[in-house]
Ligand binder design. Structure first.
Ligand code: GTP
Ligand code: MG
Length: 205
């Protein structure tokens, strides 16, 4: 299994000019405000508070980049270095119009120009019904050749039977296979191994 020995905050960006210039393979976490992006990154990297999470939606307003198994750690031959990008959530109505516009532009810039992006995890609260926004967004990623992993979050909030029903609903909505949807819970650490395996697979491809 992919081993993580270090994870450090690298840089925050509020516009495309501030994106770190690096050739390290990158993985992005994307989704509606409050979907659980920052929590899932903390869970993946095994760090309680590396990324700030919040009960108020709209917590993350910039793209935050983290380096995993950075230069010092990667001296150990078997370790792979990669980058994680925590993207700000979309659909937070209480943000001012200009703030939304800035974030949308930055997200567009990120998705269209980030050549080192290996895959994007598209997070959705398992209890929420996806909308046309999610469908269009997924189409946009496909059109731009971005490998996207649909990721259901907060699975601990519902029982096992309901989890399977929700996965069936999501798969039907997005017209994909049920096992193409990653089931996660950051509080229960559900799906961590699959996440690591997916990242490892993309790093090797
Ligand atoms: P923005 O930065 O605002 O876009 O939100 P985000 O997608 O980064 O969400 P964040 O990780 O900050 O989580 C939002 C809220 O959901 C917080 O109160 C978390 O504690 C909670 N939460 C996130 N993941 C889980 C989970 O797996 N289970 C449970 N029960 N709560 C979760
Ligand atoms: Mg966040």
């Amino acid at each position: 299994m992919l081993k993580i020995v270090s994870a450090e905050f690298m840089q925050g960006a509020v516009n495309t000019q501030q994106f770190p210039q690096s050739s390290v393979p990158e993985f992005a976490f994307f989704g509606r405000s409050n979907a659980g992006k920052s929590s899932l990154i903390n869970m993946l990297l095994n760090r309680k508070n590396l990324v700030k999470t919040g009960s108020k939606p709209g917590m993350t307003k910039e793209i935050n980049f983290f380096i995993v198994n950075g230069p010092a750690a990667a001296k150990q031959a078997s370790l792979k270095t990669f980058c994680v990008a925590d993207l700000p959530g979309y659909g937070f109505a209480q943000r001012s119009f200009s703030e939304r516009n800035r974030i949308d532009k930055m997200l567009y810039g990120y998705c269209t120009a980030r050549t080192q992006l290996k895959a994007l995890f598209f997070l959705m609260d398992i209890r929420r019904d996806p909308t046309e926004t999610e469908r269009h967004t997924l189409d946009f990623f496909k059109q731009h050749g971005i490998k996207t992993v649909l990721t259901a979050t907060k699975s601990d909030k519902i029982g096992k039977t309901e989890q399977q029903q929700r996965i069936t609903t999501l798969a039907a909505f997005f017209n994909c296979a049920k096992d193409g949807i990653l089931l996660t819970s950051s509080s229960k650490k559900t799906g961590r191994e699959q996440l690591l395996n997916l990242i490892s697979g993309y790093l090797d491809s």
